[in-house]
Ligand binder design. Structure first.
Ligand SMILES: [Mg+2]
Length: 212
């Protein structure tokens, strides 16, 4: 493995930002599922909703709410902060590349999801010199998955961390970038050749070796 410093690209939603508890809560609050339905994760909520007719549309609407109006309830994934600080002290460059539409689907509040995500990053010390030390220009939002892949290529990162195998195994994913799959203990596609990282501690160990 290449020694640090290197350039690390990182996805945002469900890779750095942990919405697991938010999806189920918001689904109840905005009346998409009955009161008392216990949905403990993104995956549980998605499979509950997409099982019904209109399910995909309802799921898209919920995502628009969670990534916008309710993003403040989400937290940084456990262990991600340590990994970012370790990257910083090793002199690595960090870029965030997110595939996200600017407006949520079917959102009557018309929240700008890019601004909401930037505010969340600011609230979580991403742009503080005594925090994770990124510049706002290190954060890229792309409207499509293809544009995201193009951005990963043009940034010239050596690693890219994402929760979606569909991104990391994309036919146009640049061959010079080492994919790091944040599986977060979720089962992935059976056929994926990607190595599952079940925590940010695992990702940190892959990038920098085990913590001392
Ligand atoms: Mg993601």
């Amino acid at each position: 493995m290449k020694p640090a410093p290197f350039h690390i690209g990182i996805d945002l939603d469900n890779t750095l930002i942990d919405y697991d508890r938010v999806f189920g809560q918001v689904a109840v609050e905005i009346g998409l599922v009955p009161e008392g339905t216990a949905l403990s994760s993104k995956v549980a909520t998605k499979s509950y909703l997409t099982n019904s007719a209109q399910g995909e549309k309802v799921w898209m609407r919920l995502q628009g709410q969670v990534y916008g109006r309710f993003i403040k309830r989400a937290q940084l994934f456990a262990g991600a902060g340590n990994c970012l600080l370790r990257a910083r002290s090793a002199g690595c460059t960090i870029s965030i590349v997110s595939h996200k539409t600017k407006r949520g689907h079917f959102d009557k509040h018309k929240i700008n999801l890019w601004d909401a995500a930037r505010d969340w990053l600011e609230d979580h010390q991403f742009f503080d010199l005594d925090g994770y030390g990124l510049r706002p220009a290190d954060v890229h939002f792309e409207e499509t998955r293809d544009a995201k892949i193009d951005r990963i290529r043009s940034l010239g990162c050596q690693f890219f961390v994402d929760d979606l195998p569909e991104v990391l195994s994309h036919r146009d994913f640049p061959s010079g970038v080492t994919p790091i799959w944040f599986a977060n203990s979720r089962p992935g596609p059976v056929s994926t050749p990607l190595v599952a990282h079940n925590s940010w501690q695992d990702i940190e160990a892959t990038l920098f070796g085990s913590a001392h």
